[in-house]
Design a protein around this ligand. Sequence first.
Ligand code: NAG
Ligand code: NAG
Ligand code: NAG
Ligand code: NAG
Length: 207
Amino acid sequence: MISPTLLVLLGTLGTAQATDYFFRFVGGNTVTNGQRLRFNVSFPIISPGVTPAPYNPDDHFARIYNNASVSPSTLYVVPTNPHPPPVPGYYGLSGAEGVPDAYRLIQSYHPSDEGTPFLYQDWKLEPSCSGNGTVLLRYGKDPHGEKRWIAVKETTNSGVEKWVPWYVKPTAANIANLTAWDYDIADLELVVTTGQVASNAPGGVIE
Ligand SMILES: *[C@@H]1O[C@H](CO)[C@@H](O)[C@H](O)[C@H]1NC(C)=O
Ligand SMILES: *[C@@H]1O[C@H](CO)[C@@H](O)[C@H](O)[C@H]1NC(C)=O
Ligand SMILES: *[C@@H]1O[C@H](CO)[C@@H](O)[C@H](O)[C@H]1NC(C)=O
Ligand SMILES: *[C@@H]1O[C@H](CO)[C@@H](O)[C@H](O)[C@H]1NC(C)=O
């Protein structure tokens, strides 16, 4: 059976209209499971993630759209408060921290300034193998299924616990980093939006 989510997605790709998405963690831990990625500016790195409840009403859900008529494999950031930017933003994978085979998910307004590697033009929205209509976020070629999302625990500048997605292929080269991190294995699942963008609403969206 094809779920409503997948039907909406397929309809979107078929008619080349844009639909907005969120992504939510599935699995990980009790903080992350089922929670949509929220956006908060924490310079120098703009990392969407999940904090423990209660949630800050100033947080904005990291709302994304895919303009299939331009590129089916680029994910754009929907501008919301506090400062809707004049240029499109992009979801991308940043290797700027130099951990081998490991990339932090970030929202970028200046892909050319992110250093290398910064990967943002080969996203894939893949139906889950479970056949239950869930669509999962993947990047690039991965014929042996070696890459996975993990939720890494960080502390924001203001001392808040925050779990952020990294896309990693566990290898000998990054085992020291993974061992040092507090992380849980998770996945990122697509959620189709039902509400309008509303810059003044909590989370940047009325649903
Ligand atoms: C998608 O791209 C087309 C072609 O550039 C453009 O006309 C359209 O406005 C875009 N749609 C959205 C929602 O950005
Ligand atoms: C679909 O299957 C995946 C993988 O088994 C699971 O994580 C997810 O919760 C399921 N979703 C629904 C809506 O059943
Ligand atoms: C955003 O920053 C505020 C203030 O530091 C904090 O209370 C909130 O939990 C943060 N949210 C996220 C998703 O980082
Ligand atoms: C990764 O591990 C190396 C070697 O231990 C260390 O120098 C580096 O700071 C770590 N990077 C991150 C982002 O944790």
